[in-house]
Design a protein around this ligand. Structure first.
Ligand code: HEM
Length: 202
């Protein structure tokens, strides 16, 4: 058995496993919970949200953290230690350009989770639990939703960066990059549009 390669496989697996947990919950929030919250009254919110949301947010933020840390580990192994950051001619490799693009978006998303969405939700959920509606509540709710929507839109192109970077499309050209970004954003745009209509009957 090639032990270093196998350890890399385990790291890669942990990265994708945690990524599924993170992005799965992000999509639950954006494609299921946002339209659902629009259909329930204040009393139901008070009964449901302080119990449901902290659980979902736990998986969400720790999924983000493990994805981020394992991603940095993969970057160190593949690009810095194994040297794939550079081509034979010394310039940055196409593969590195794809992964750095994906990592940039993923890092912005991780930042939004830990420094915008989670701190805002801690307050918003506590207010719902205590039946409070302070004046700053609507602005904070909008800020959290904006960060969450931003992450949802970034996730489409980000995943292209991850997959192309993992050598499934190891050349970087302007056309392919543009199509990847447009398709990634369009997929999210249409999923958000559908989320307002689908699944309302059995
Ligand atoms: C948060 C910041 C992130 C960083 C720093 C990061 C970094 C990386 C790195 C360095 C690789 C290896 C690429 C290679 O082998 O050349 C990778 C692969 C990958 N990442 Fe990420 N990533 C991040 C977020 C995510 C997220 C949110 C997902 C969502 C599921 C994700 C899914 C993947 C997938 C599917 C692969 C390819 C696995 C394969 O085909 O071997 N990553 N990532």
């Amino acid at each position: 058995m090639d032990v270093p390669k196998f350890l890399e496989l385990i790291l890669r697996w942990a990265h994708v496993f945690a990524g599924i947990i993170w992005i799965g919950h992000l999509y639950f929030f954006n494609f299921v919970n946002v339209p659902f919250q629009g259909t329930i009254d204040k009393e139901t919110k008070k009964k449901v949200n302080p119990f449901l949301l902290p659980r979902a947010l736990w998986w969400f933020r720790w999924g983000a953290m493990i994805t981020f840390l394992s991603g940095l580990g993969l970057f160190w192994k593949v690009y810095l230690s194994d040297g794939l950051l550079r081509d034979a001619d010394g310039g940055m490799s196409d593969r590195a350009m794809w992964i750095l693009f994906g990592m940039l978006l993923g890092t912005v998303m991780w930042f939004n989770v830990w420094f915008i969405i989670w701190p805002a939700q801690q307050k918003l959920i506590a207010w719902t639990r205590d039946g409070l509606a302070p004046p700053e509540q609507p602005a904070l709710a909008r800020k959290a939703l904006l960060a969450s929507r931003t992450n949802t839109y970034l996730s489409g192109p980000m995943l292209f960066g991850m997959l192309a970077g993992a050598a499934h499309y190891p050349s970087m050209q302007f056309g392919a990059f543009g199509i990847a970004v447009a398709l990634g954003v369009f997929a999210i745009f249409s999923a958000i549009g559908h989320s307002k209509k689908v699944g309302q009957s059995i």
